[in-house]
Design a protein around this ligand. Structure first.
Ligand code: BTN
Length: 270
C-alpha cells in the first residue's frame, strides 16, 4: 500500500506539497502538526497505513486499522478564525467527491458539520485543528478518514450499526492511491476558492451535500434544548434553523452539545 501513494496527481495548484507516507503513527494530525511547526509548507500531506491514537472530533477516538485512508493536510491560509468551519466542511465535500469519483456510488452526503454519510451510515469524517500565534492563524491541519477496505466484522461492535466502508457497500476492495489523489484534486479546487475568499462558491458546493435540509432537528445549545426545521447552511458554514417560534437561528459547531435529526432514520450526535 505504501509505495502505491507515490503517483503525484497532475495539475494541483495549491496542494502540490510533499506527501509523507508512514506505516504506523499515533495520529497523522500530531505528525502533521509537528511538520507544520518545523516549517513544512502549505499543502503538504501525511498519510498513514495504521494509526494507533487517531483523533476524532470532540475528543473521540477514531478507529484506524490498515485498510482505510487516513490523511492529514497542512494548510497555512491567511484566514480569519471565523472562516475555518467553512474550510473544514469543504474538506468533507472533498471526501464526498473522492468517494463518488472512485466508486461511482451516489448519495454521498454530509451530516452537518463533518460526518460523511452514505445510506445513513458514517463512512468517513473530517477534523480541523488550528494553531494560532498572536491571534493569527499559524497553521491548520485538516484530517480526513475514509473507511475503505474494512469489513463489518473488523469494526468494534459499538460501531457496527453506525459505520460502514466502501468494501461493505460495494463488495470490492479499492487501492488507496486513486482515492487519495482524487481527494487531493477536489480539496485543491476548494482550497483555491478558500484562499481567493470565494466563500459563497464554497457554500454552494456544501449546500448540495448537506443532508437533512427540510428535516426537523432537536438540539442542545448551551444547556438548552431547542427544535426546529433545517433551512440550509450559511456562508460561515453555520446550520440555519427555523425554530418552533419561527425565529431563524444560525448554529455553529462549537455551540452544539447534541444534534438529532427527527423524522428520518439518520441520527447524528455531536
Ligand atoms: C470525526 O468524524 O470525528 C473526524 C475523524 C477524523 C479522522 C482522521 S483520520 C486521519 C486524521 N488523523 C487523525 O488522528 N484523525 C484524522
Amino acid at each position: 500500500m505504501i509505495k502505491d501513494f507515490f503517483s503525484q496527481p497532475e495539475g494541483l495548484q495549491s496542494l502540490s506539497g510533499e506527501v509523507t507516507i508512514l506505516h504506523s503513527v499515533d495520529s497523522t494530525q500530531i505528525f502533521a502538526a509537528s511538520l507544520a511547526r518545523e516549517g513544512t509548507s502549505d499543502g503538504a500531506s501525511v498519510v498513514a497505513e495504521i494509526q494507533t491514537k487517531a483523533r476524532g472530533r470532540f475528543g473521540h477516538d477514531w478507529y484506524s486499522p490498515s485498510g482505510g485512508l487516513w490523511v492529514s493536510v497542512i494548510l497555512k491560509p491567511s484566514s480569519a478564525p471565523a472562516r475555518l468551519p467553512l474550510l473544514s466542511i469543504a474538506g468533507a465535500c472533498a471526501v464526498c467527491e473522492a468517494i463518488e469519483d472512485v466508486t461511482k456510488l451516489d448519495s454521498v452526503g454530509i451530516k452537518w458539520p463533518n460526518d460523511v454519510v452514505i445510506r445513513g451510515r458514517k463512512i468517513g469524517g473530517v477534523i480541523l485543528e488550528a494553531s494560532f500565534k498572536s491571534r493569527k492563524l499559524e497553521y491548520a491541519i485538516l484530517g480526513a478518514g475514509i473507511n475503505v477496505n474494512i469489513p463489518t466484522t473488523s469494526f468494534p461492535s459499538e460501531l457496527r450499526e453506525s459505520a460502514t466502508s466502501l468494501c461493505i457497500l460495494t463488495g470490492r476492495n479499492y487501492p488507496l492511491s486513486p482515492l487519495f489523489n482524487s481527494f487531493r484534486r477536489s480539496l485543491d479546487k476548494l482550497y483555491l476558492k478558500y484562499t481567493n475568499k470565494q466563500d459563497q462558491a464554497i457554500q454552494q458546493v456544501i449546500q448540495t451535500r448537506i443532508l437533512g435540509i427540510g428535516s426537523r432537528v432537536k438540539m442542545r445549545l448551551s444547556g438548552k434544548t431547542t427544535s426546529g426545521l433545517v433551512k440550509g447552511i450559511d456562508v460561515d458554514a453555520g446550520l440555519v434553523i427555523e425554530n418552533d417560534q419561527n425565529k431563524i437561528l444560525t448554529i455553529y459547531d462549537r455551540d452544539v452539545e447534541s444534534l438529532t435529526f427527527l423524522g428520518d432514520r439518520d441520527k447524528a450526535s455531536n
